[in-house]
Design a protein around this ligand. Structure first.
Ligand code: ADP
Ligand code: MG
Length: 245
């Protein structure tokens, strides 16, 4: 793991009206680090990722991505987003575009690449997720697992510094979960920086450098998979693990 800090969150607070959703989050992620975030529904995991991606405005605190303060209104958020990949539970592919076009689009519209460049890169990343032969298909012809792998290829094509995954396998039929986790694992092995919200404890154990347990808008506990998953210190962590394991 490198010393270079890719994401640095300091005392992040976020409210929706009277509801305090994030109550002071501190998190530092270094280049190449794999962080898995666990926690019950409603604990603020998605909100934290959405703040990192500036899909939500923080109420207070600081979020730096590659040293750039994203809560600063003077910065160009689209520039910052070029370095941030995001993979959601729902893949949001364009139904009337082919798989190849889906992977090309962001590269051309957001990064301003030429059609030829975008196409070349799209073929590369589709091969990397094992879908080279699906380039000319429409998303509806693919399984959910394949569609999610297209979404990952689309993100990879942007050459992000970090990829944020928000429950990427939660919407999939159980038999399709493994192929998506396998792709994520291979990215991890190649050194991609990743923040992954998931309930897949086996994935956390095998892939995470660090596991974070969130509850009620705070990080309750964090450490190695061994520390958090096998020997949790906090009662709230133990209660959660008992429910999901
Ligand atoms: P998690 O991803 O851990 O399940 P979320 O970050 O989605 O949790 O939600 C945390 C809390 O914030 C929940 O109580 C949820 O209902 C609330 N919340 C999330 N998004 C909004 C929103 N856009 N408006 C109002 N409340 C929201
Ligand atoms: Mg969520």
């Amino acid at each position: 793991m490198s010393e270079e800090i890719v994401v640095q969150i300091t005392d992040l607070h976020k409210n929706y009206g009277d509801l305090e959703v994030l109550k002071g989050i501190d998190l530092t992620v270094r280049r190449g680090e794999k962080v898995v975030v666990l926690g019950p529904s409603g604990s603020g995991k998605s909100t934290m990722l959405r703040c990192i991606n500036a899909l939500e405005d923080a109420d207070s605190g600081s979020i730096k991505v590659s040293g750039q303060e994203i809560t600063d209104r003077k910065i160009n958020i689209n520039k910052v987003r070029e370095h941030l990949g995001m993979v959601f539970q729902r893949f949001n592919l364009w139904p009337h575009k082919t798989v190849l076009e889906n992977v090309m689009l962001g590269q051309m519209v957001v990064s301003g690449k030429s059609k030829e460049e975008a196409e070349k890169r799209a073929h590369e990343t589709l091969a990397r997720v094992g879908l080279a032969d699906k380039a000319d298909q429409y998303p509806v012809r693919l399984s959910g697992g394949q569609q999610q792998r297209v979404a990952i290829a689309r993100t990879l094509a942007m050459d992000p510094k970090v990829i944020l995954f928000d429950e990427p396998t939660s919407a999939l039929d159980p038999e399709l979960v493994g192929e998506v986790l396998a792709v994520m694992k291979s990215l991890a092995e190649e050194g991609m920086t990743m923040i992954v919200v998931t309930h897949e404890i086996t994935f956390a154990r095998e892939v995470a450098d660090r596991v974070i347990f969130m509850d009620g808008g705070v990080i309750v506990e964090q450490g190695s998979p061994e520390e958090v998953l096998v020997n949790p210190k906090e009662a709230r962590t133990r209660a959660f693990l008992k429910r999901v394991l």
